[in-house]
Design a protein around this ligand. Sequence first.
Ligand code: FPP
Length: 239
Amino acid sequence: MAEAPGAPAHIAIIMDGNGRWATRRGLSRSEGHRAGTRTARAIVTRCRELGVRHLTLYTFSRENWSRPKDEVGLIFDLLVEYMRGELSNLLEQDIRLKVLGELDGLPFVVRQALTHVMDKTVNCRSMTLNLALNYSGREEILRACRRLVAKGAAPEAITEEAFAAELYTAGQPDPDLIIRTSGELRLSNYLLFQAAYAEFYFTETLWPDFDAAELERALADYQSRQRRFGKTGAQLQPE
Ligand code: FPP
């Protein structure tokens, strides 16, 4: 499969709408999350084929702990199932798994399944798949501050680069494109520091219905935009 020219180096997705997708079909929310997991699997593969080097999926926010216990349990069960079922595919596609978020706060079996896949894929280079899990953008920023203080960093040494090196995404480029499905127009505590110059793509499509065609529409939209990074349009014209 040919790589898309000008594909964003890093796409971050807020996978929203599993519950509504299920309710509209008279199914349980669990069925929505199951369908959402199938979509995640397909989108990972498609991004890899298109030459996207970093893909971040918002899988479980710190705020998601307030959902009913059964639903939280089901999301973790799906995650473990995904880890067990996908390892060989990730290796075959040369995809490295990373977790953004507080691993220690996750149930032992989930941690164990994630750690196993992270260890096995540590040398994979074609794409990095970040799962944001037990993640909060504000907490990530506070954590970076605490880490710098603990290191005894001098105030003048706290540059954007030094700060970024203490985030969960250390060593990875900022997201170029952030996609949110299901018509919600919020960032929901996602990659707050890293999103500074990201382009946004919002779609009414519910996550389980987000397919390769919709991904390609998002990429075409992204490629039609002029990213200015604070400069004027004229400054960006070649001399
Ligand atoms: C949002 O739908 C989705 C989530 C809270 C995250 C759960 C994501 C999955 C199960 C996909 C799993 C992905 C992997 C990689 C295993 P929602 O419940 O907020 O939908 P609603 O707003 O319609 O209720």
